[in-house]
Structures are given as structure tokens and as C-alpha cells.
Design a binder for this molecule. Structure first.
Ligand code: IPD
Length: 276
């Protein structure tokens, strides 16, 4: 068995258990707490599912490290070392979850020497499990995935997110980015409400590109590998190398499309994830 395959299979099994908890809670009324803004939410289920995932993995792999969205929100330091590290978002799309908008995902990435070895994104309501292992391709429910390969930006369907920021500069930058892309023109803009699923849509070829400023490493670490393993490209919004801690990303069907998008997309300032 290839190195880390056993860990990936264990991660998938844990994600399947976590999905059951999320689906049970999905239909119920939730107590909502605010984090960084009135649009950045957390529920008791986010916290419970993260604890459940981490404790199951820790029991099996006691030396491994963790970066979890809700553990960091609770004050844990975010550091990605060279040690085997699981990067976890228990519910990506918490606003969707609260509203019962049916796109919520569990995102689990696994990095060694700061390189992602595998990624799992489980879109719970749709029962779509995206997975990728470095060098071994990307899959949706076991079926291989391929990005569209589109090179012409005017033929692209683009996914993005509005995000949780509500200050003037972020909102103006975000709306200007949308305006500038539409003026190229691109074929359309969509937003699903979960960065992880948005990005996996590029891996399916259903969308040709995705960009986002302000999301966190746990939102996109797993799906970045899914896109690359499906033949897509992932870069920084400034056209440079992708850095999962930078809170900026473009994922696209081709380098030509990614670079063209980088010409019109501006980033607003946000603190790096690893800037504690
Ligand atoms: C959020 C979602 C959302 C994106 C935000 C993320 P969360 O993650 O991915 O689509 O716009 O930037 O923080 O908080 O639901 O895990």
C-alpha cells in the first residue's frame, strides 16, 4: 500500500461517521455564535464534529499534529511544521448549515513536510465524496475527475465566495473583482457557500475557475490537491505560487485562465493564517 494510503482510508472512514452527525443536526434549529464578523458563524455541531474527528485520528495516530478550524478559534496556535499534520474543517459552509442551504462539507487535508499528501472533501447532503492523493489522481465517489482544460476565459464559468468580511475595503474589492471579471466577459459567476466544494467543482469540470480572498487553510487545503490531481492549476491571486496560509487563491482549468484572472483580481489585506 502506498505511503499514507492507510491514513487516507482512515480519514475517509472518520469523515463518513462525521457526516452522520452533521446530517442529524442539519434539520434541527441551531444555537448560533459569532466569530470574526456577523457572517462568520459557529455552532455546537462544528465544535462537536471537530472534536470527534480529532479524537478518532489521535487515538489511531498519536504522534500526528492537527490544525482545526474550531480549535484555532478557541485559541490554539496555528503552526504547520514538517510533522504529519491533519488540517480539518468540520463544517465548511457553516452559514449554509445554519440556514439548511444544502451544501456543507467536511474538509480534511493531510500534510507532511508542509506538502499536502491527500485531501478529502465530503459534501454531506449531496453524498459526494471527493478525494485525492498526491500523484494518484482525483476522484468523486471513486470515479476519476478531470478539470475542463478550458483555456479561453470568455468561455469560463467562475465560482467565488462573498466571504465573511463586511468592512468597506473588503466589500468594495470583492464587488469590483466580480465587475471586472464580468466585463471581460466571462460566462457567469456562481457561489455555493462552501469554499471546499466550490473548488472541487473546478476539479469536476462543472466550473472552469474559482477565486477567493479571505478563506482559511482548512477551507481549501484538501480541495487544492483535488483540483491539481484533476489536472487543474492552483496559484496565488497575484499570479505567484499558491501558499495555503496566505488566504488568497485562484484555481483554474488551465494556467492561461488562472493568469488571466490574476490580471483583474485584487486582494484586500487579510492577516495570514500562520501570523499568530
Ligand atoms: C467559510 C466558507 C465560505 C467562505 C468563507 C469560509 P466556514 O468556511 O468556506 O464559503 O466564503 O471564507 O470561511 O466558516 O463555513 O468553515
Amino acid at each position: 500500500m502506498a505511503q499514507w494510503t492507510e491514513c487516507m482510508n482512515f480519514g475517509i472512514a472518520v469523515a463518513r461517521q462525521a457526516r452522520e452527525v452533521i446530517l442529524d443536526a442539519f434539520k434541527t434549529q441551531k444555537a448560533v455564535m459569532l466569530k470574526s464578523s456577523p457572517a462568520d458563524l459557529v455552532t455546537e455541531t462544528d465544535q462537536r464534529v471537530e472534536k470527534m474527528i480529532i479524537s478518532a485520528i489521535r487515538q489511531k495516530y498519536p504522534t500526528h499534529k492537527f490544525i482545526g478550524e474550531e480549535s484555532v478559534a478557541a485559541g490554539e496556535r496555528l503552526v504547520l511544521t514538517d510533522s504529519p499534520t491533519w488540517i480539518i474543517d468540520p463544517i465548511d459552509g457553516t452559514v449554509n448549515f445554519v440556514h439548511r442551504f444544502p451544501f456543507v462539507a467536511i474538509s480534511i487535508a493531510f500534510a507532511v513536510n508542509q506538502q499536502t499528501e491527500f485531501g478529502i472533501v465530503y459534501s454531506c447532503v449531496e453524498d459526494k465524496l471527493y478525494s485525492a492523493q498526491r500523484g494518484k489522481g482525483a476522484f468523486l465517489n471513486g470515479v476519476p475527475l478531470y478539470a475542463s482544460g478550458q483555456e479561453d476565459i470568455t468561455k469560463c464559468l467562475v465560482v467565488t465566495e462573498i466571504g465573511a468580511e463586511r468592512d468597506d475595503l473588503a466589500l468594495t474589492t470583492m464587488t469590483t473583482n466580480i465587475l471586472n471579471l464580468l466585463k471581460i466577459p466571462i460566462r457567469g459567476i456562481r457561489a455555493v457557500g462552501t469554499a471546499a466544494v466550490d473548488m472541487c467543482l473546478v476539479a469536476t469540470g462543472g466550473a472552469d475557475a474559482y477565486y477567493h480572498i479571505g478563506m482559511h487553510c482548512w477551507d481549501i487545503a484538501a480541495s487544492a490537491l483535488v483540483v491539481r490531481e484533476a489536472g487543474g492549476v492552483v496559484i496565488d491571486t497575484n499570479g505567484g505560487e499558491f501558499d495555503m496560509m496566505s488566504r488568497k487563491v485562484i484555481a483554474a482549468s488551465s494556467l492561461a485562465v488562472a493568469k488571466r484572472m490574476a490580471q483583474v483580481i485584487q486582494a484586500f489585506p487579510c492577516a495570514r493564517d500562520d501570523e499568530n
